[in-house]
Write a protein that binds this ligand. Structure first.
Ligand SMILES: C[S@@+](CC[C@H](N)C(=O)[O-])C[C@H]1O[C@@H](n2cnc3c(N)ncnc32)[C@H](O)[C@@H]1O
Length: 292
């Protein structure tokens, strides 16, 4: 380690020491740095790692979800499907293999590039469009889709206003009778205790060299929001990365009302993935909203 890196590390430690006690929700963005090319490249490894389902569920579980979604969204060969925050396209390409015309939107560069290659390797590139875009800026053609997906809790990393706007835009993208599936953490099951943890790694999600990860979780009862603050000390360079991840929770009543306000007619809520045997199914509520 150079003298410069040691000095930076010492500064970083003081910065950690002097951190504000409780961060202000959304003040530092509130999402993981998915668009950062290096983070996206490292995150892609996690999406594809079949030993855990932290970034994308493992393939056996995805298969169960795809079967469930196929019938609940009333999909058929030829259906037009929008996958909001599609990641590396693991769901989108499977639906395309079944004959759907799929548009996937995500702002992770490595994920979108992988999704395009996956579609090609599966011979379904002609039925897939993958857009590298922030879904908050997504401009959709009216009534262009029969169904839409918003899986693995990503509506929660948007502020309430952004979530309402996105639901409105999803509604307008669907034709009459079109269905949207949103998967969100069950507010009643969310950990509402403050906590902290640390670990070290030689390389991993947070860096290509050795680092120390310091994590804290805070629950904000007034906002019904959980915030995780990560401080990563990169030991070889002395750099400090700080990330704050907000998870806005909703009661089933509030989310159902927001969906109706966005233009959906009926909303059904399925606790615990309707009994699908996913390892973490009990933590989730699945909403199926249908256009009038
Ligand atoms: C947990 S991953 C799930 C990906 C995919 N739905 C799956 O289950 O395999 C969350 C994804 O949401 C994307 N994402 C989060 N916020 C986004 C935003 N504002 N715009 C576009 N993509 C976003 C990330 O890039 C990431 O690919």
């Amino acid at each position: 380690m150079t003298g410069q890196a040691s000095a930076r590390l010492a500064q970083a430690l003081w910065k950690v020491y002097r951190r504000p006690e409780r961060p202000t929700p959304w003040a530092s963005g509130g999402n993981l740095p998915w668009e950062d090319p290096d983070f996206s490249r490292r995150m892609l490894r996690e999406h594809l790692d079949e030993s855990h389902g932290a970034a994308s569920r493992v393939s056996a579980e995805r298969q169960l979800q795809v079967d469930w979604l196929w019938s609940r969204l009333d999909l058929k060969a030829g259906s037009r499907l929008l996958d909001i925050t599609c990641g590396p396209g693991l769901y989108a390409v499977e639906f395309a293999r079944r004959g759907c015309a799929v548009t996937g939107v995500d702002f992770g560069p490595a994920s979108i590039s992988f999704a395009r290659k996956l579609a090609e390797s599966q011979g379904v590139a002609a039925r897939c469009v993958f857009l590298e875009q922030d879904v908050r800026q997504m401009v959709v053609q009216e009534a262009a889709f029969d169904a839409a997906l918003f899986l693995y809790g990503q509506l929660a990393v948007l502020t309430r206003d952004e979530a309402s706007a996105l639901l409105t835009s999803a509604a307008s993208s669907l034709n009459s009778g079109g269905r949207l599936c949103v998967e969100l953490l069950d507010q009643e099951k969310v950990d509402k205790n403050d906590s902290s943890w640390w670990y070290t790694d030689d390389q991993g999600l947070w860096g290509d060299g050795p680092y120390l990860h310091l994590g804290e979780r805070f629950w904000y009862p007034d906002h019904e929001l959980s915030l995780e603050r990560y401080q990563i000390l990169h030991l070889e360079t002395g750099e400090l990365t700080e990330v704050q991840l907000c998870d806005q929770t909703y009661s089933a009543e509030t989310m159902s009302r927001m969906m109706r306000e966005a233009g959906f007619g009926s909303v059904k809520v399925y606790p615990a993935w309707d009994g699908l045997p996913l390892y973490d199914a009990g933590e989730w509520l699945v909403y199926l909203a249908q256009m009038p």
